[in-house]
Every structure is written in structure tokens, then in C-alpha cells.
Design a protein around this ligand. Structure first.
Ligand SMILES: Nc1ncnc2c1ncn2[C@@H]1O[C@H](COP(=O)(O)OP(=O)(O)OP(=O)(O)O)[C@@H](O)[C@H]1O
Ligand SMILES: [Mg+2]
Length: 298
């Protein structure tokens, strides 16, 4: 009756097939599309500006009228710390959500920024793969958790969910990609910027094929740009040549205020609204909303 074997080959690897969300046990409605736009901020390279972009793009979107939820899906918890959420305040975390012990809405807490909420993470999340790696629905935990996030009590009206991914293409990132409408890739303006991109794009294709056919690349944002550095100009030109229109017009400059802000538990827009870093993230937010309008218009 079923084309996926329930029993594994006697000595074969313990790989349990993925189960699609419209199979038993998971709501058929748990598909991206309805409700908020879900954007996964992903790049398996470390330190390229994923978390900085999640925090500051989230703040900028909230500042221009959107209702934003940042889901911290990195065991490092940098998005949670950068938004000033102390460890003792992370009573329900994304670990509890991903392991099925709590609904997403229990993890959602307000931040100091109006219209910006966070689902915090803790180190426990690093054990996720061991805990749920054999479950058939393991790739759809986030998608299921975000389904109907705006319904229920208290009522939320999120228009954007930004998922901060860890520097890896592991099960956590696959969950983010399976739950997302699109992916935003921060890329550092450095010599090795394009290294690893093909691996990332391959994973996106795999996820599209097996888990989430409508997944798209929202865009690539070049980060930590230093105009005094000739190499940075060359890198931006190369990435634009390779990826074309997928690269946002907005480039995020290297800016000391951006790097200082997290140690105060504040987004840069709160720490120093007038600095070039804040201005850049506001421009990026505007560009993203514009792209969303174009996508919706078809
Ligand atoms: N535009 C910028 N200007 C100056 N510093 C920046 C900028 N963007 C990020 N940084 C700094 O670079 C470091 C790495 O940034 P961030 O933590 O956002 O990267 P990440 O991709 O999330 O890292 P990880 O892969 O470890 O999760 C941080 O110290 C951050 O403050
Ligand atoms: Mg990070």
C-alpha cells in the first residue's frame, strides 16, 4: 500500500524516510503560503552576518509597520542575546518547540522593539538531530509549529517570520528551508564569498524537490562592505555577475555601530538610528517589501 518501506534493511543505515506534511499526523494545511511570509536567513558559512541581518532587518521591518517574529534556530542563541533576552527569560525555547514539547506561541516573547517578537533558543537545540533524527516528520517540525501561528490566544498578527539559521546545512537548517517561502542569503564581502554557495544552492534544490516545491531564493545581501577595500568592490561585482538580479541593490557596510549594538542587547536601529548601518538595514527592509509586492503581483 505504501511506497516507502516502514521497515529498514537489516544492516542498512538507519535512515528513516521523510514524511510529507499531508501524510498522516501532520496537518495538510501546514504549508507555507498562508499567514506570514517566512524567510529563512541561511548560509552554512559562519560569521557572514546571518544573525545581524535577522535582528536588524527584523527591527527595520517592524519600524516600517510590519509585525515580525524572529525565530532563533541557532543553538548559539546569538539572536536572543543580541535582542537583550537573558538566559533566564528563555523559559520556553525553540528546542521545546522543535521537539514537540510546546507550541510555537508559548515560546514567543515580546522584545524592546514594538511589533518585534522573538522565539528564543538555548544550547539544548544542538542535540536536536540526535533526538528527532529518526522521526518521519523531522524535517517539518518548524513548518508545523508555524502553521496557524496567528490564530489562537493571544492573537498575533505576524506579517513576517525571519528564521535565524545556524552555520550548517543540518536538520535545523533543513527545517527552516522546509518551512520558508524563501531564503535570504547574507554573504560577506570577502575573497571566499562565493565558496560554499553551490553547496547551499544544491541543498535548496534538494529541499525543493523533496520537501518544499515552492521555496525560492528571496535574495543575496552583501554584508560587511568596506568601500576602501578594492577587493570588496571586486567581490560585489563578481557576486552580481554570478547571481544577477538575486543580489539586492542594498549593500550592508562594515560599521562599528552594528558590531557594538549586540553587546548592549540592542538592534543597531535602537542603539544608533542615524548610523550608516541602521540606514542600510532600513533600505534593505524597503527593498524586501518591494520584492514581496512584485512576487505577489506575479
Ligand atoms: N555590517 C557589519 N559591520 C560590522 N560588523 C558586523 C557587521 N555584520 C556583522 N558584524 C559582526 O560580525 C560578526 C559575525 O556576525 P553574525 O553573528 O551576524 O554572523 P552569523 O553569520 O550569524 O554567524 P554564525 O554563523 O556564527 O551564526 C559579529 O561579531 C557581528 O557583530
Ligand atoms: Mg548567527
Amino acid at each position: 500500500m505504501t511506497d516507502t518501506p516502514d521497515t529498514l534493511p537489516p544492516n542498512g543505515p538507519q535512515v528513516v524516510p521523510f514524511e510529507r506534511p499531508n501524510a498522516s499526523g501532520i496537518s495538510a494545511n501546514a504549508t507555507p503560503g498562508a499567514g506570514p511570509r517566512v524567510i529563512a536567513i541561511a548560509n552554512q558559512k559562519g560569521g557572514v552576518g546571518k544573525t545581524t541581518t535577522a535582528i536588524n532587518l527584523g527591527t527595520a521591518l517592524a519600524a516600517i509597520g510590519e509585525h515580525v517574529l524572529i525565530v532563533d534556530l541557532d543553538p548559539q542563541g546569538n539572536a536572543s542575546t543580541g535582542l537583550g533576552i537573558e538566559h533566564q527569560s528563555r523559559r520556553t525555547s525553540t528546542y521545546d518547540v522543535m521537539t514537540g514539547q510546546a507550541p510555537m506561541r508559548d515560546a514567543v516573547i515580546p522584545t524592546a522593539v514594538p511589533q518585534l517578537h522573538l522565539a528564543p533558543s538555548t544550547m539544548d537545540l544542538s542535540g536536536l538531530e540526535l533526538e528527532i533524527g529518526q522521526q518521519r516528520d523531522r524535517a517539518f517540525r518548524l513548518r508545523t509549529a508555524l502553521n496557524n501561528i496567528n490564530n489562537g490566544s493571544p492573537a498575533f498578527n505576524f506579517t513576517y517570520v525571519l528564521v535565524d539559521c545556524p552555520p550548517s546545512l543540518n536538520l535545523i537548517t533543513v527545517n527552516a528551508m522546509a518551512a520558508a517561502n524563501s531564503i535570504l542569503v547574507p554573504m560577506q564581502c570577502e575573497f571566499f564569498a562565493l565558496e560554499g554557495l553551490s553547496q547551499l544552492l544544491k541543498t535548496v534544490e534538494e529541499v525543493k524537490k523533496n520537501l518544499n516545491p515552492t521555496l525560492s531564493i528571496h535574495g543575496i545581501v552583501m554584508t560587511m562592505y568596506d568601500s576602501r577595500n578594492n577587493l570588496a568592490n571586486q567581490v560585489v561585482a563578481d557576486v552580481r555577475q554570478f547571481m544577477g538580479k538575486q543580489v539586492y541593490d542594498t549593500v550592508i557596510p562594515r560599521n562599528v555601530r552594528i558590531s557594538e549594538a549586540p553587546s548592549y542587547g540592542k538592534p543597531v536601529l535602537v542603539y544608533d538610528l542615524k548610523c550608516v548601518g541602521s540606514e542600510a538595514y532600513l533600505r534593505l527592509a524597503t527593498e524586501i517589501i518591494q520584492r514581496e509586492r512584485e512576487l505577489k503581483a506575479g
